[in-house]
Write a protein that binds this ligand. Structure first.
Ligand SMILES: [Zn+2]
Length: 443
C-alpha cells in the first residue's frame, strides 16, 4: 500500500464501506481500512456512530475490531464515546488480549458501570479474559463503598463469572443469591438455550429424586441463563486449569411443563465414557443404561443430543425400564439404531435418510453456488423449504423436534412454558472433591 496517500485512500475506503449499493464487495474496503490501522480508528468510530443501517454498523464494527498494529490503549478513549455501540465495540480488542488485559484493568473499570447492559456484559468478558488476576481487582471494587452501585453489582457478576459461586466470599455469595432470586423472578420468558451437547429429560418435578438419581448434591439455585451458560462452558472447557472441571457440576432445570431436564453427566458416567477406548460405543451404552434406569424410577426417560457445529443429533427413549428407541445420526448403521421408528419420528425424514428429488431442486443448488454472498439467505431457505413442501418431501428431524413432541424443546421455551421450582447447579462426585469449576456464568 502507498503510505503517502493515506487520506484519500482512507476517505474513499470509508465511503465504499458505507455504500450498501456499491458493486465492490464490502470486505475490500474493510481490508484496506484494516491495513491503514490507527488513522482509521476514529473515522470508523464515526461511521459506526452515524450508521444509517444495521448492515453498515456491522461492517464498521467488523473493521474497527481488526485494525492492524493498533495499540490497545488507542481504544481507551472510545470506551467513553457517547454512542453505546462504539463503547461496546471498543471493548472487544481487550477481551481478545488474553491475560495481558490486566494491564488495562483500571481503564476498564468504568465500563462495568456503563448505563447499557450490553456494554457491561462485554466489560465482564474483558475481565474474564484476565483470569484469576482479575479476582483481587474485583474484590476491591466490591469492598469500596465509594464505587458506584452499578459497578459494584457488575463486579459481583464478573466475580461469579470468573470463579463460579464457589469463589465468592460469604458476603458476596449472599449478595449473588439475592441477585439470582431477583433475576429468577423476572425470568418469565426464558431466553433461547444454545444447544450443543446432550441432556436427559425426566417426566417429574421431584428435583430431589432427580438429583439423587444422578448422584448430585449441594444444589445452588440459579437462573436458566446461568445454568445454560455453565453447561455450555463446562462441555466446551477443554483447556481447564484444574482437573475434573468438565465433570464437576450439572445443571438441573426447574420443572418445565412437568419435565425436569438434566444438562451434564454424573462423574461416573463421564469417566466411563472418557476412559473408554471406543468413546462412541461407551457413550451410547452409558446413555441406554442411564435411560433404562431412570425410566424404571420415573416411568419414562429421554436423552437428546444436538450439535451446533456439525449437524450431529441423537435421541434415546426409554419406558418402564426398557430402551424402546435409540438413534444416532452419525452411527446410523445397526449399532446406532435400536428399536423401530418411534411415533414421534412420524412424518419426518431421519437425518441419515435422503430422498431422490430428480432434477426438481437443482436450480436451488445452482443459485446457491452462483450467488456468492449476494444471497438473501433467509429468503432463499424460505423458498427452498416451500419447494420441498410442494414436492411432498418431509422435513428432516433433529432431537429438538422429537423433544418438542415427547417432552419439551429447551430451545423453544417461552412465555407459555409452565415453570415450577428453580433450576440448580449441583455438584457431582468430582465437584465435591475438586470444587466448582472456574469460569463463565452469565446471569
Ligand atoms: Zn471427574
Amino acid at each position: 500500500m502507498d503510505k503517502t496517500l493515506p487520506t484519500t485512500e482512507l476517505s474513499s475506503a470509508l465511503d465504499m464501506l458505507s455504500d450498501e449499493g456499491s458493486p465492490v464487495d464490502w470486505t475490500v474496503p474493510a481490508d484496506v481500512l484494516i491495513e491503514i490501522g490507527e488513522p482509521a480508528l476514529l473515522p470508523l468510530a464515526d461511521v459506526l456512530a452515524s450508521a444509517g443501517s444495521p448492515e453498515v454498523a456491522r461492517r464498521a464494527m467488523w473493521a474497527l475490531t481488526r485494525l492492524e498494529g493498533v495499540d490497545p490503549s488507542s481504544y481507551v478513549p472510545l470506551l467513553r464515546h457517547p454512542h453505546a455501540e462504539v463503547r461496546s465495540t471498543a471493548l472487544s480488542p481487550f477481551r481478545f488480549m488474553g491475560e495481558a488485559v490486566i494491564g488495562y484493568a483500571d481503564q476498564l473499570i468504568p465500563s462495568l458501570g456503563d448505563p447499557e447492559a450490553d456494554v457491561r456484559q462485554r466489560a465482564v468478558w474483558a475481565f474474564k479474559a484476565m483470569g484469576d488476576a482479575a479476582v483481587p481487582v474485583l474484590r476491591r471494587l466490591r469492598q469500596q463503598p465509594a464505587t458506584g452501585p452499578r459497578i459494584r453489582a457488575t463486579a459481583l457478576e464478573a466475580l461469579a463469572t470468573i470463579g463460579g459461586p464457589g469463589a465468592l466470599g460469604e458476603r458476596d455469595l449472599a449478595a449473588w443469591r439475592r441477585l439470582t432470586r431477583i433475576k429468577r423472578l423476572t425470568e418469565t420468558a426464558p431466553e433461547r438455550f444454545h444447544l450443543c451437547g446432550s441432556w436427559y429429560a425426566v417426566p417429574s418435578d421431584d428435583q430431589a429424586a432427580v438429583l439423587a438419581a444422578f448422584d448430585l448434591s449441594d444444589p445452588e439455585p440459579v437462573t436458566l441463563r446461568t445454568g445454560a451458560s455453565a453447561w455450555n462452558h463446562d462441555s466446551h472447557n477443554w483447556g481447564g486449569k484444574r482437573p475434573h472441571e468438565r465433570c464437576a457440576r450439572v445443571f438441573v432445570s426447574p420443572a418445565l411443563d412437568g419435565w425436569t431436564l438434566v444438562f451434564g453427566r454424573s462423574s461416573q458416567d463421564r469417566h466411563r465414557i472418557e476412559d473408554a477406548e471406543d468413546q462412541e460405543a461407551a457413550r451410547s451404552e452409558v446413555v441406554r443404561e442411564r435411560c433404562a434406569d431412570l425410566s424404571r424410577r420415573f416411568g419414562a426417560a429421554h436423552w437428546y443430543g444436538m450439535s451446533c457445529g456439525d449437524g450431529w443429533t441423537a435421541w434415546c427413549i426409554a419406558e418402564g425400564g426398557e430402551v424402546v428407541r435409540f438413534y444416532d445420526a452419525f452411527e446410523a448403521d445397526e449399532k446406532g439404531i435400536v428399536g423401530v421408528r418411534h411415533p414421534a419420528e412420524s412424518g419426518f425424514l431421519l437425518p441419515h435418510e435422503t430422498v431422490d428429488t430428480g432434477d426438481a431442486l437443482d436450480s436451488f443448488t445452482e443459485e446457491l453456488h452462483s450467488a456468492g454472498n449476494q444471497l438473501d439467505v433467509e429468503a432463499f431457505y424460505r423458498r427452498y423449504a416451500q419447494a420441498r413442501r410442494d414436492l411432498g418431501i418431509p422435513d428432516t428431524c433433529y432431537a429438538i423436534d422429537i423433544a418438542a413432541r415427547l417432552s419439551i424443546n429447551p430451545s423453544a421455551l417461552g412465555a407459555r412454558t409452565r415453570i415450577t421450582g428453580s433450576g440448580v447447579l449441583a455438584l457431582t462426585a468430582c465437584g465435591r472433591r475438586y470444587g466448582h469449576p472456574t469460569g463463565a456464568l452469565s446471569m
